[in-house]
Design a protein around this ligand. Structure first.
Ligand code: NAP
Ligand code: GFB
Length: 324
């Protein structure tokens, strides 16, 4: 309440606002009626504030005085960048997360929703994975740096609640894709990298090279669906414990299955080579969305083939400005 007893206006600060998920949330807020009357939404990127720097973090919070934060900012990348840069993923994400969570606390933010990831779960596990299993053993070696940094968000959230009663929580998405993704073939995630590779193989009449055997299995969530779910988490989800946001186990596909949807979407009929000298990374990380379904039994996900087609069309139409 402010001094006149009026409810303080809701000001939502989205860190990582220029990225794949940030742009999806921006679309849901401004194009799908996701913004409620009286709410102010602010989307920031590293150009506005490098969140590795505590002074720049504080300056951004003092400028906007957010009441709520959707914390997406992170050093993010695909399997092969993780394998090359585990130390940087660990250090950068630990710093960013501590700066954002501590500053949110100091500024009295009502709620923070941060992002973990389904790749952080124990490598040796039973399936399906659920939210209770995060700390039950070491993560897959390929991305241990990122995984431990992300796991610490869950520990920090519990510490801010235990010592200060702060409502800081987190979501656990599986593999995300969509417009505004990072389509760089060296650092990007699998779907965006393969979309870019397919576009160039078709344009140049060359062979499309897939990294690994194509037999790994993934659950892919369309960025706009995830954005819609994160708005629900911001407004309705009151637990400190994290919640997996994903399509169901039965929607899990192999990389080969997803590749077929990409090549069909882009009408690529050229030669395809599987470079089995490259790592497959985690073969599977099947996650349960049963907790989400207990809250939202009727939420409808965009069919994967349709979402892949939309994303491929977006890349073709925006190739010159996309992150490639
Ligand atoms: P993304 O497209 O790479 O975007 C990352 C965002 O973080 C960008 O807006 C970037 O700003 C910002 N950022 C990076 N370093 C920063 C810094 N030092 N200071 C301030 N901002 C910084 O990533 P994304 O896929 O949207 O991921 C968003 C969140 O979802 C992340 O927390 C990620 O761990 C999580 N997640 C992603 C996936 C996935 O498959 N993509 C899966 C599970 C969880 P600039 O544009 O200025 O660089
Ligand atoms: O999205 P991705 O790079 O990471 O997918 P993860 C890696 C899987 O896709 C491996 C196969 O099985 C690869 O063999 N793949 C095939 C390719 N071709 C390619 C390609 O051209 N590029 C890439 N990158 N992969 C992610 C984390 O792990 O899980 C993210 O890196 C996030 O940060 C996400 O946490 C949930 O799925 O292995």
């Amino acid at each position: 309440m402010d001094s006149r007893g009026h409810a303080a206006p809701t000001r939502v600060l989205v860190t990582g606002g220029s990225g794949l998920l940030g742009k999806a949330i921006e679309h849901v807020v401004h194009e799908e009626g996701g913004r409620l009357e009286g709410e102010e939404w602010i989307f920031i990127s590293s150009k506005e504030a490098n969140l590795l720097d505590i002074e720049q973090t504080r300056a951004a919070f003092e400028k906007y005085h957010p009441t709520h934060i959707i914390h997406l900012a992170a050093k993010v990348g695909g399997l092969y960048q993780h394998m090359r840069e585990n130390l940087q993923f660990l250090r950068d994400n630990l710093k960013i997360n501590d700066n954002v969570l501590q500053t949110a606390h100091e500024m009295g933010a009502t709620k923070v929703v941060s992002c973990l990831s389904s790749c952080i779960f124990p490598d040796k596990t039973t399936y399906p994975i659920d939210e209770t299993m995060i700390h039950n053993g070491p993560p897959h070696d390929s991305n241990f740096g990122y995984s431990y940094a992300k796991r610490m968000i869950d520990v920090q959230n519990r510490a801010y609640f235990g010592q200060h009663g702060r409502c800081y929580t987190a979501v656990i998405p599986t593999n995300v894709f969509g417009p505004y993704d990072n389509f760089n073939i060296d650092n990007g995630h699998v779907l965006s990298a393969l979309m870019h590779k397919t576009l160039t193989a078709k344009r140049d009449g060359t062979t499309l090279t897939v990294c690994g055997s194509g037999t790994s299995q993934r659950q892919f969530i369309y960025s706009l669906d995830l954005g819609r779910l994160i708005l629900w988490v911001l407004r309705e989800y009151s637990e400190i414990d994290p919640i997996i946001l994903s399509v169901g186990e039965e929607e899990e596909v192999t990389i080969k299955d997803a590749l077929e949807m990409i090549t069909q979407s882009m009408d690529f009929k050229g030669p395809i080579r599987f470079d089995t000298a490259m790592s497959d990374g985690q073969l599977k990380k099947t996650a349960s969305n049963a907790k989400l379904r207990r809250y939202l039994p009727d939420f409808t996900f965009t069919p994967l083939r349709e979402a892949i087609k939309t994303t491929c069309d977006w890349l073709v139409a925006n190739y010159d400005s996309a992150r490639t």
